[in-house]
Design a protein around this ligand. Structure first.
Ligand code: COA
Length: 441
């Protein structure tokens, strides 16, 4: 914040009105060499980011940091290489080419740790660009669907630029920021980024069906992003008293809550509430969470802290992966040596579930990739591929062929269980390779 004196002297309304500026004025706050952190996922601002990119000719070495990107990430374009360098805490469709070509970077980190990187200056924040709801009668705005690291980025930044958008819902929990903690306001009516519904096919349905068999009435769920978690939800309609303590929700949770299947009644921590750190889905979902007393959005260093997660009993975490080797090492963020996504909250929740009384963690993946030509159960990960969830942390692994329970099992039993859920056409080869490499089976 660079406006302390003015902020103290003016009442919040006068302060707010005096700080509403056009986008081209707001982005003048960014200087060459600055680190700029963007609001996460659907909390990514649209207008000011485009405006920043239009200053490419005047700027040099501006680092742009964020996790999931929903926009076009124009700052990653080759022609802007001297002006901007992206540092991804998660890689997505709009950034992976720049990372693969060495024009952008990836920084490995647990989602739960990102706020402390900002707070402690490991990644000092010069400018935070966020989206907020309009202020309430006391001058508080809500970060709504993206509290996660976005709140801490704003609190740590030297300058905060906020797009004020009436479509940003207000959420409960710890999503508020006072207008006096923000330097510039840019009014926007652009639609928030939406996540298109995932395509659920036969494979995802078979996996969802297997996993539903592991879920009991009263369990407290964390579901990742994508077709498999969505398929799992569609198999839970007959369950009772499910709870949600998760990093994100999408539209599937809305349906099960409206049907009374999710009610949080058996949660020990935040009973009766859906606890999360960000929301990504349709505009219908964003309207549903607005001022919804069930929804509590907290910073990610709270929701994803394994010791917080474990305060609920019977936590079940469900996340996806690229490949699993016969030791149970899970690769979820790289394909071979190529960075494909990020760790996100996978390990946070695997560890939280392990500490929860009655907890279980499930890694779910289709048995094959590339139209069935490649097995995702592999004898060993590829050269340069990184381990996301270690063999010491892994618990259940599910494919469309069934479920392997690895926790507490010897290496050779793990290999056998994993081969049993590989696609049948790869099982013989996996067994042979396993014998060659390890001498088991
Ligand atoms: N070899 C070669 N290619 C592979 C592969 C393998 N072993 N595994 C996957 N692929 C390819 C697929 O063919 C697909 O390619 P396409 O897009 O050309 O069809 C692509 O990689 C994506 O695979 P898919 O299984 O469809 O990915 P997804 O969208 O379901 O995402 C993860 C899966 C693992 C990438 C994703 O869940 C993730 O990033 N997880 C880590 C973070 C996390 O768990 N966060 C916690 C909750 S939000």
């Amino acid at each position: 914040m660079n406006n302390k004196k003015e902020a103290i002297e003016l009442n919040w309304r006068d302060y707010y009105n005096s700080r509403i500026v056009p986008p081209e004025e707001a982005v003048k706050a960014v200087q060459s060499g600055d680190r700029v952190v963007l609001g996460h996922a659907s909390g990514e601002p649209r207008v000011v980011v485009e405006e920043l990119v239009s200053r490419a000719g005047e700027l040099r070495d501006v680092e742009i940091v964020h996790m999931v990107a929903m926009g076009k990430s124009l700052y990653c374009r080759r022609e802007y290489s001297d002006s901007f360098r992206h540092n991804g805490l998660f890689i997505g469709a709009s950034t992976k080419e720049a990372v693969a070509e060495g024009r952008a970077d990836y920084t490995p980190c647990f989602f739960s740790e990102i706020p402390s990187l900002f707070r402690e200056g490991v990644l000092g924040v010069d400018v935070a660009m966020i989206i907020v709801s309009p202020p309430d009668k006391d001058g508080y705005v809500s970060l709504g669907i993206s509290v996660d690291y976005t709140l801490q980025a704003a609190l740590s930044a030297s300058t905060v630029i906020a797009e004020v958008n009436p479509q940003m819902p207000r959420t409960g929990g710890k999503s508020l920021l006072h207008v006096k903690d923000i330097d510039y306001f840019v009014l926007s009516v652009m639609p928030l980024y939406e996540l298109s519904p995932s395509k659920i096919g036969e494979v995802e349905n078979a996996i969802g069906d297997h996993i539903a068999g592991l879920i009991k009435d009263g369990d407290c769920l964390q579901l990742g992003i994508g077709a498999i978690p969505d398929a799992v939800l569609s198999f839970l309609k007959d369950k009772k008293d499910l709870g949600i303590h998760t990093e994100m929700i999408s539209d599937g949770v809305m349906g099960l809550t409206e049907e009374g299947v999710i009610n949080g009644m058996r949660k020990q921590l935040h009973p009766g509430k859906i606890s999360l750190t960000f929301i990504m889905g349709s505009s219908k979902l964003y309207r549903w969470v607005d001022n919804n007393p069930l929804i509590e959005a907290y910073p990610v260093d709270y929701t994803n802290d394994p010791f917080v997660i474990a305060q609920n009993d019977n936590v079940v975490s469900i996340n996806s992966a690229i490949a699993v080797d016969l030791l149970g090492q899970v690769a979820s963020d790289t394909i071979g040596p190529r960075q494909f996504s990020g760790v996100g909250g996978q390990v946070d929740f695997v560890r939280g579930a392990a500490r929860s009384r009655g907890g279980r963690s499930i890694i779910a993946l289709p048995a094959t990739a590339k139209k069935g030509s490649v097995s995702r159960i592999v004898v060993a990960l590829e050269r340069g591929q990184s381990v996301t969830t270690s063999r010491n942390d892994v618990d259940y692994v599910a494919t469309e062929y069934g479920i392997a329970h690895l926790k507490g099992k010897t290496c050779s039993k793990r290999a056998q269980e994993l081969i049993n859920i590989a696609a049948p056409e790869f099982r013989g080869q996996l067994r042979r390779e396993c014998r060659e490499l390890y001498g088991w089976l």
